[in-house]
Design a binder for this molecule. Structure first.
Ligand code: GLY
Length: 443
């Protein structure tokens, strides 16, 4: 089967790696890919926002399955375009992708369908912002309605910061039209986890639990990033929460999307806060998380090409996903300057030594290869990933690999997974995917 993966990050490298190992007979292409993906797939020099060129490529080559990594092509309607041309593609159409492309749509959708989330208001100008924020007190969370590459979320601690935020959104228009509407949300506390599932429009196949770490600095300090590390299992989701999330969030979202005439095909990803009052959805994404996918792909043992191709036709035809028992972890290495302007061009040392360690996989993100030398080409650069019989082992191996990989100014967090291992309240050993009783066909 000819399969095209769209994207160029660690997520897409992990996906290509998984497909290459578990989908026999797959002929793999990736657009545009990166220096690491080049070892798994034929690279296609088309950017993710060149929808017409991607469609033409898939049509000319008779690609039998296209899998979309990042949100941008989904927001631009790549699925609508492919479907119009009769080309099989796994992902939501533009209408269903609204769950991610409009935070206001997502929150109002959750309110309509009684899906647990925090309280919120919507503001269209600075005066409304001030009024909307008042009942929540400080800190309060402000989010640009539209896509903002993970940078459209502000946590505001006092009146002065609120005024500054009002100016940033509505006067300076720092987020462009994405910030024309601003979501004002109650600040929630608890443990943050990611819950992902594959959807064929009718049913959802949940992935094992996972957790990512979004801030740049240890102890969850500093600005938000795309994600600085992840592990699966999450280590913090107990059976009760897992059941509640599956029923009240994931399955309910899928059936409500169907009811609203937006049947969802693709990856449904709920970013959740486990609060004292139970799980609350912070946001939806309509694609694999990055770096969650790097950890998850090390664990999924299914033939994903076959499964997703069946999903495009509306029925996965299997009751569940299968996971290796081992835990998996991912530590992201980022360029100096990230998440601001990254310093690019430096040569990366130690990749081969890191990759030769047992149970380690190195997934590339923003890398470039010139004359056999790999260099830094963007913000998040390398994912040092590993598996192990439990989270502690997987994390130790991932860090041992990460420490071999060097270039001037490289950044990494030193505490991925630490709080989970220290808490040890739920579990730390191997498998917590979903409790067995949840592994049944949803109604
Ligand atoms: N890891 C967060 C994201 O993929 O959006």
């Amino acid at each position: 089967m000819k399969v095209l993966v769209i994207g160029s990050g660690g997520r897409e490298h992990a996906l290509c790696w998984q497909l290459k190992r578990h989908s026999p007979g797959v002929e793999l292409y990736c657009a545009p890919g990166n220096a690491g993906i080049a070892r798994e797939a034929d690279l296609v020099p088309i950017r993710v926002d060149e929808i017409q060129a991607l469609t033409d490529f898939a049509a000319d080559l008779d690609v039998e399955l296209t899998i979309v990594g990042p949100e941008l092509p989904l927001a631009l309607g790549i699925v609508d375009e492919f479907r119009e041309r009769g080309l099989p593609i796994f992902g939501p159409d533009r209408g269903a992708a609204r769950l991610e492309t409009s935070k206001v749509f997502a929150k109002e959708f959750m309110r309509r369908h009684d899906i647990p989330t925090g309280d919120f208001e919507v503001a269209h100008d600075a005066a409304e912002l001030e009024k909307a924020a008042k009942p929540f007190g400080f800190p309060v969370v402000l989010k640009a309605d539209g896509l903002a590459s993970g940078k459209g979320v502000l946590i505001v601690h006092d009146r002065k910061e609120l005024d500054e935020a009002g100016r940033a959104f509505f006067v300076e228009r720092r987020f462009g039209s994405s910030g024309d509407r601003v979501l004002v949300e109650r600040f929630l506390t608890g443990e943050e986890v990611s819950f992902l599932g594959l959807c064929d429009g009718q049913r959802l196949l949940p992935f094992a639990t996972c957790k990512d770490y979004k801030r740049i600095g240890d102890g969850d300090t500093g600005p938000n990033t795309g994600g600085m590390g992840a592990h699966s299992p999450s280590g913090v989701v107990g059976a009760g929460d897992a059941r509640e999330v599956l029923e009240r969030v994931m399955n309910r979202t899928l059936s409500a999307m169907r009811e609203e005439g937006r049947p969802f095909v693709g990856v449904l990803y709920a970013g959740l806060m486990l609060t004292d009052a139970g799980p609350r959805v912070l946001e939806y994404n309509v694609r694999f998380g990055d770096p969650e996918a790097q950890a998850l792909m090390l664990r999924v043992s299914d033939d994903l090409a076959k499964l997703l191709r069946a999903g495009v036709d509306g029925d996965f035809g299997v009751p569940r996903l299968n996971f290796r028992r081992e835990a998996a972890a991912c530590v992201v290495l980022a360029a100096a300057g990230y998440p601001g302007t990254p310093e690019t061009g430096a040569a990366i040392d130690g990749l081969d030594v890191a990759a030769s360690q047992p149970d380690v996989e190195i997934f590339h993100a923003a890398t470039a290869e010139v004359d056999g030398a790999i260099s830094v080409a963007g913000g998040r650069v390398i994912n040092a990933c590993a598996t192990g019989r439990d989270l502690r082992t997987a994390l130790r191996r991932a860090y041992a690999a990460a420490n071999e990989i060097r270039w001037p100014g490289r950044q990494l967090r030193s505490d991925i997974g630490r709080s989970v291992l220290e808490a040890e309240t739920i579990q730390e050993s191997g498998i917590l995917s979903l409790p067995r009783e949840l592994r049944r066909r949803p109604e």
